[in-house]
Design a protein around this ligand. Structure first.
Ligand SMILES: Nc1nc2c(c(=O)[nH]1)N[C@H]1C(S)=C(S)[C@@H](COP(=O)(O)OP(=O)(O)OC[C@H]3O[C@@H](n4cnc5c(=O)[nH]c(N)nc54)[C@H](O)[C@@H]3O)O[C@H]1N2
Ligand SMILES: Nc1nc2c(c(=O)[nH]1)N[C@H]1C(S)=C(S)[C@@H](COP(=O)(O)OP(=O)(O)OC[C@H]3O[C@@H](n4cnc5c(=O)[nH]c(N)nc54)[C@H](O)[C@@H]3O)O[C@H]1N2
Ligand code: SF4
Ligand SMILES: [Mo]
Length: 894
């Protein structure tokens, strides 16, 4: 079935990170542990492109940090013992306290086959719907919004629509960093056909580099903005009356609700100028081929579902749904967020887009599964599920492929919940995570490259993840773990799967069950795949029904929806501000999200120096006036706090933040910093319909962290971040870099330097040092066998040495007269300082880019690329290169 087989030695597979779902070609290295990686030119999501994370996949493989064997209470054990214990403890809890006393918390990073058996076990055999997923933190509002409007959780459009549109509106989406290959496709389309791009985001992100218009709205005010648009469309005769009449219901109520907010109030709520709003509204009104892409700035809100429907309302009013180049488009975050929604892995769904509350659906699924029982009530959604664990209502909990002790709001409460729960199982590929640390049983999961299955991307395209490496140690795929426990719980027949191909066939058959077009999700055409067909399955978009041709890769092209009357529903929505308001004590708004080169809680991407080079330390970004008002300057350590707690992170000052806004990345954990778990600050306010937490709008305050000293070091061995008042660590070529600070001075700096920089078992270390006691400056360079094995720079104020240069000195052999120069902390006059690394692939620094831009008047990203190589590989940094060139021309103009 595969159109083009890869060259010998290469395996076609799919990237395990974001929902773009790029095709990857992988060839194992001779060591059998790592692999060579390139983009798959034949994959319709990326046509050969990869972003920085995808391109670095090969370097994140290997044994380092991997969990290699099951453990019970921290002791290595055999699979049989671990599985017996899990099955026993789950069965025991169910017997004593009923099915709802157990729960699974799973992930959009499971493969469809894993997800399917987890859902089948919980809903059909245990008989509870207590299976929820990290998609609750991610896609739940879009799911709820889609169902309200379309009667089904359907993404109408496809990636090609971004290339066919004349206007692309990006709402709460930092596409440049979070869906980089899709961003590149959009950038290429803009270059070719002049696509207009509007970004709606309270902060100016790398994505704004492509924008014709950036609307820096007030946090949480999206419904006001969209309702203003709906009014404008109606007032300016830009609505499609015939579409509304033939294919929708509820328009009058929606427009009446929108008109409740006069234009002046829209201006006040959004904080935007009348001219900016009108420009956007006019552009939208005049441009039928419009795609609205939305993501976490929309979903992660206590009004997330309303935000989604307010956007869809504008598309329904203009008839722009499911048409080439015209659709609302919720982009999925995780590689299999869509697959999880398909199988029914959320606590309020049944299976295969069938409903828990529908008796016919329940009976059909139960018959199909030949299951003893079936859940009939929604289970606990993520926030409630962990609360139930904390209260003692959930007695046994199995967490797979997610790290809730970092990624859930009220993260310290999640830790307490795990500590309170009598039995916690964690399946992960990484040994040391903040969640696994609290588990009674830890099961080693086969990682990407070691397992087989399918994922579905944002445009409903199913792609194979294929195995090209042997699982490390005793690691086993998640589906195997779930089936092994199910068998031990007495459900041997229903979980007797030998391969993921068999699971996929069953799942595909279920989607076709009693489905004569009533449900969008139909994969019955794939239910008879042989294991060979499955092995060679080419990427395919759903629906894929049996015996019926598929006329379009889009849904709703004919204006028919999955509601009872076949009409799409307008939803009357009113603007509500975020759940919590700023106060005198917490006057700022804490926004959180992603950085370009890290994946979530960093368990994989932090393993490679290349991906740590871009941003190596957790930070808070704020406007210059906000920084000054709170006593902070660039590079200072800041204490960000909310009523829930505080973190300590580095200050980044930039004009790109909105007034009164703080941005902190969601990614850092206790493995890489000691005081940066941002979700310890975020209260679990949720959207009433979707249960999705408000992760982007917490009232907060910021103040300087009172450090007595600051230090920066590079060294060969991994330091423990817990050893300092403040610390953040990152891998670098040949070792580690450490940023740290403390309140009181250590007793002796030479001793500290020696303890920090001397690798275990290395006796003959030579130290050079420099001290200026008046300035409280201490500098040390350590050598062994003529090689630089460590540097430490200490000062009263934040250390200003060139990090990029310092990192490059590690492992270098220097003549003795050159060694002293290391203590200067930056290159000598004859060697340029490359500055912060911007291009992670070719290791090009900001200073080099700025220098190239200076040398070439009228420089563009393209010419700078030719001069320095920056941005010429994966292209993820092109937006930042553009910003640097722009800053240079602004400086010249000024
Ligand atoms: N590099 C990288 N890429 C990733 C991931 C990763 O960890 N790292 N994770 C993947 C996953 S699971 C997901 S869900 C996606 C998320 O992808 P995105 O949703 O694009 O990423 P975020 O950074 O979470 O948030 C997007 C933007 O929402 C803005 N925002 C905050 N509040 C509001 C608001 O009230 N209104 C509007 N309109 N905007 C607001 C933020 O300023 C932020 O720039 O990324 C995926 N891709
Ligand atoms: N403040 C704030 N918090 C957020 C967000 C935000 O924007 N702001 N975003 C939210 C969103 S959208 C998301 S999606 C979540 C993501 O949050 P998480 O899902 O908690 O983050 P990950 O680091 O991706 O966790 C995946 C875990 O699975 C492991 N793993 C990888 N592959 C496998 C496998 O094949 N099998 C098994 N069993 N384990 C595997 C990894 O080692 C890792 O420990 O965070 C949410 N939290
Ligand atoms: S855009 Fe990057 S992270 Fe996302 S699937 Fe493609 S290569 Fe992977
Ligand atoms: Mo996500």
């Amino acid at each position: 079935m595969n159109p083009t087989a890869p060259a010998p030695g290469w395996t076609q597979t799919t990237c395990p990170y974001c929902g773009v779902g790029c095709g990857v070609l992988a060839r194992p290295a001779p060591d059998g542990l790592t692999a060579e990686i390139k983009g798959d030119p034949d994959h319709p999501a990326n046509f050969g492109r990869l972003c920085s994370k995808g391109a670095a996949l090969g370097e994140t493989l290997g044994a380092e940090g991997r969990l290699l064997a099951p453990t019970i209470y921290g002791q290595r054990t055999r699979w049989d013992d671990a599985l017996d214990l899990v099955a026993h403890r789950f069965s025991e809890a169910i017997e004593a306290h009923g099915p709802d006393s157990v729960a699974f918390y799973v992930s959009g990073q499971l493969l469809t086959e894993d997800y399917y058996v987890a859902n089948k076990l919980m809903k059909g055999f245990i008989g509870s719907a207590n299976i929820d997923t990290n998609s609750r933190l991610c896609m739940a509002s879009s799911v709820a919004g889609h169902k309200r409007a379309f009667g089904s959780d359907t993404v109408p459009g496809c990636y090609e629509d971004l290339e066919l549109a004349d206007l692309v509106v990006l709402i709460g989406s930092n596409l440049a960093w979070c869906h980089p290959v899709l961003y590149q496709r959009l950038a290429a389309a803009k270059a070719e056909r002049g696509t207009r791009i509007v970004v709606i985001d309270p902060r100016e992100t790398a994505t704004c580099d492509l924008a014709d218009l950036h609307l820096a709205l007030k946090p949480g005010s999206d419904v006001a903005l969209s309702n203003g648009l709906l009014q404008y469309l109606a007032a300016n005769k830009a609505i499609d009356r015939s579409y509304i009449e033939s294919h929708t219901s509820g328009f009058e109520a929606a427009i009446t609700a929108a008109m409740d907010m006069p234009f002046a109030d829209v201006i006040a709520a959004t904080g935007l100028e009348a001219g900016q709003l009108s420009r956007f509204y006019k552009l939208f009104a005049e441009t039928p081929p419009t795609v609205s892409v939305f993501s976490q700035g929309v979903n992660q809100s206590s009004a997330g579902t309303d935000k989604v429907n307010a956007i869809i309302n504008c598309h329904l009013a203009t008839g722009r749904v499911g048409k080439p180049g015209a659709s609302p488009f919720s982009v999925t975050g995780q590689p299999n967020a869509m697959g999880g929604r398909e199988v029914g892995g959320l606590a309020n769904m049944l299976a295969a887009h069938m409903e828990l509350g529908n008796t016919g659906h329940r009976q059909a699924v139960q018959q199909f599964w030949k299951s003893p029982r079936i859940a009939s009530e929604p289970g606990l959604k993520a926030v409630d599920l962990f609360q139930a664990a904390a209260d003692g209502r959930v007695k046994a909990l199995w967490i797979m492929a997610t790290n809730p002790a970092d990624s859930m709001p009220e993260a310290d409460h999640i830790r307490s919940a795990l500590a309170a729960c009598p039995f916690v199982v964690v399946s992960d590929m990484t040994g040391d995570t903040d969640t696994a640390d609290l588990a009674h049983v830890v099961l080693p999961a086969a990682a990407w490259g070691e397992k087989d299955g399918t994922v579905t991307n944002s445009e409903r395209r199913i792609s194979r993840q294929r195995r090209f490496l042997q699982p490390l140690g005793l690691a086993r795929p998640d589906w195997w773990q779930i089936c092994a426990v199910a068998k031990r719980m007495g459900f041997a027949d229903a979980f007797d799967f030998a391969t993921p191909a068999e699971i996929f066939a069953e799942y595909a058959a279920l989607t076709g069950l009693a489905n004569r077009g009533e449900r969008d999700l139909d994969l019955a055409g794939l239910s008879a795949l042989s294991s060979e067909d499955y092995q060679t399955l080419a990427p395919i978009q759903w629906p894929a029904p049996a015996g019926r041709p598929v006329s379009s890769s889009r849904f709703f092209t004919d204006g028919r929806f999955y509601t009872d009357d076949g009409r799409a529903r307008f939803i009357a929505v009113a603007y509500r501000p975020p759940a919590q308001s700023p106060s005198a004590e917490f006057p700022l708004r804490l926004n959180t999200g992603r950085i370009r080169d890290q994946w979530h809680t960093m368990t994989r991407t932090a393993k490679t120096p290349r991906l740590m080079a871009h941003i190596a330390e957790p930070f808070v970004e704020m406007r210059p006036d906000d920084a000054t008002r709170h006593g902070l300057g660039p590079g200072d350590l800041a204490q960000v706090s909310t009523p829930m707690g505080e973190v300590v992170v580095r200050t980044v000052v930039s004009e790109r933040q909105g007034a009164g806004s703080l941005f902190v990345p969601m990614q850092w954990t206790d493995q890489y910093a000691n005081r940066a778990r941002i979700n310890t600050l975020i209260a679990a306010w949720t959207d009433p319909l979707s249960g999705q937490p408000e992760l982007k709008h917490s009232p907060a305050q910021v103040r300087p962290y009172p450090a007595g000293w600051h230090a920066f070091a590079v060294m060969q061995e991994q330091p423990a971040p817990g050893a300092f008042d403040y610390a953040a660590i990152a891998t670098c070529p040949g070792g580690w870099r450490l940023e740290c600070a403390g309140r009181g001075d250590p007793a002796s700096w030479p001793q500290t330097a020696s303890a920090l920089l001397t690798p275990r078992g290395t006796a003959a270390v030579e130290f050079l040092s420099y001290a200026d006691n008046a300035l409280a400056q201490h500098r040390f360079a350590a050598f062994s066998d003529g090689k630089c094995i460590g540097l430490l720079f200490v000062s009263r104020t934040p250390v200003t040495v060139s990090r990029t240069w310092a990192v490059e000195q590690l492992g270098g052999i220097l003549a003795s007269d050159q060694r002293l120069r290391l203590l200067a902390g930056r290159p000598g006059g004859d060697v340029p300082d490359r500055g912060k690394i911007v291009c992670a692939c070719l290791n090009v620094g900001a200073n080099e880019i700025a220098a190239a831009a200076r040398l070439h008047p009228g420089a563009t990203v393209y010419t700078v690329g030719i001069a320095t190589g920056a941005g010429t590989n994966c292209g993820s940094c092109r937006a930042e290169i553009g910003t640097l060139i722009h800053a240079k021309s602004l400086a010249e103009a000024g």
